[in-house]
Design a binder for this molecule. Structure first.
Ligand code: SF4
Ligand code: FES
Length: 251
C-alpha cells in the first residue's frame, strides 16, 4: 500500500549553457508514494518558490508518455529505474523512505543544457526535417486496405513509429549516438510502400544531418534499447544501415 515518505533529491542546477552547474540537495517530507515523479518535482518547486528560491526548470508536456518531453536522468538511468516507461509515468512508489535521488539533465554533445534539467533537443527536429517525412501528394484518404501490407510488416512499422523522440537513447549511449532514434524514423517509412519512393534520399539526408550535428556512432552496446521507454529495437539500426548501404551503392 502507498505511504508517505521522506526523501532527499540531489538536483543538477545550472543557470545557463555557460554556467558550470552543480548539484544541490533538497529535503522533501511527506511525499505520497502515489504521486508521480513530476508531481514530486512540482511539490519541490512550490516549496522553493515559497522559500524565495528559483524553481527548478525541467521539460514536460503531456505527462502521459506520449510527447517525449520529460527528459530526466534519474539515479543513473534515463527516465529512472523502471522499464518501458517515461519519467512522467514513473511513480514515487519506486522509491523508499530515506532515499536520496539524483536527478540530472540528458548529457550529450548533441543536447546542450539550456537551464537546470532542460536541454536543447532541436537537433532531433533538424534530423527529422532533413527527410523524416513523406512529401508526395497522397491525395484524399483511400481505403485502409487499398495497398496490401502483411501483418508482420505493419507491426514492425508501427513498433518503429512508437518512438516519441525523447532522446533517452542518446543519453544512455556512451558514444552519444542517435542511431536508435534515426533508425526508428527511417524504418517507419522504409517498411511501407508509401515510404519507399523517397527511401534512398531520406536515409542519406537523415544520416548526414545526424553526423553533422555531432552525434556519435553505434558500437552495439544496446544501452539505447535497454533504456528506451517505448522498447524500440536495435534491429531498426541494422535496417537503417542496410538502407544506407543500398542507397550509397546506387550513387
Ligand atoms: S528510440 Fe526510444 S529512447 Fe530513442 S528517442 Fe525514440 S522513444 Fe526515445
Ligand atoms: S511529459 Fe510527455 S512523455 Fe512525459
Amino acid at each position: 500500500m502507498d505511504k508517505n515518505i521522506n526523501i532527499k533529491v540531489r538536483v543538477w542546477r545550472q543557470r545557463s549553457a555557460k554556467d558550470k552547474g552543480r548539484f544541490v540537495t533538497y529535503d522533501l517530507a511527506n511525499i505520497s508514494q502515489g504521486s508521480s515523479f513530476l508531481e514530486m518535482l512540482d511539490i519541490l518547486n512550490n516549496q522553493l518558490i515559497h522559500e524565495g528560491e528559483e524553481p527548478i526548470v525541467f521539460d514536460h508536456d503531456c505527462r502521459e508518455g506520449i510527447c517525449g518531453m520529460c527528459s530526466l536522468y534519474i539515479d543513473g538511468h534515463p527516465h529512472g529505474p523502471d522499464n518501458l516507461i517515461t519519467t512522467c509515468q514513473l511513480h514515487m512508489r519506486k522509491f523508499n523512505d530515506g532515499d536520496t535521488i539524483t536527478i540530472e539533465p540528458w548529457r550529450s554533445a548533441g543536447f546542450p543544457v539550456i537551464r537546470d534539467l532542460m536541454v536543447d533537443r532541436t537537433s532531433f527536429d533538424k534530423i527529422q526535417q532533413a527527410g523524416g517525412f513523406v512529401s508526395v501528394n497522397t491525395g484524399s484518404a483511400i481505403d485502409g486496405n487499398a495497398i496490401p501490407i502483411s501483418h508482420d510488416t505493419a507491426e514492425l512499422a508501427i513498433d518503429a513509429a512508437s518512438c516519441i523522440g525523447c532522446g533517452a537513447c542518446v543519453a544512455a549511449c556512451k558514444n552519444g549516438s542517435a542511431m536508435l532514434f534515426v533508425s526508428a524514423k527511417v524504418s517507419q517509412f522504409a517498411l511501407l510502400p508509401q515510404g519507399r519512393t523517397e527511401a534512398a534520399r531520406r536515409v542519406k539526408r537523415m544520416v548526414a544531418k545526424m553526423d553533422e550535428l555531432g552525434f556519435g556512432n553505434c558500437t552495439n552496446t544496446r544501452a539505447c534499447e535497454v533504456e528506451c521507454p517505448k522498447g524500440v529495437s536495435i534491429s531498426n539500426i541494422a535496417r537503417m544501415n542496410r538502407e544506407f548501404i543500398k542507397a550509397k551503392n546506387k550513387d
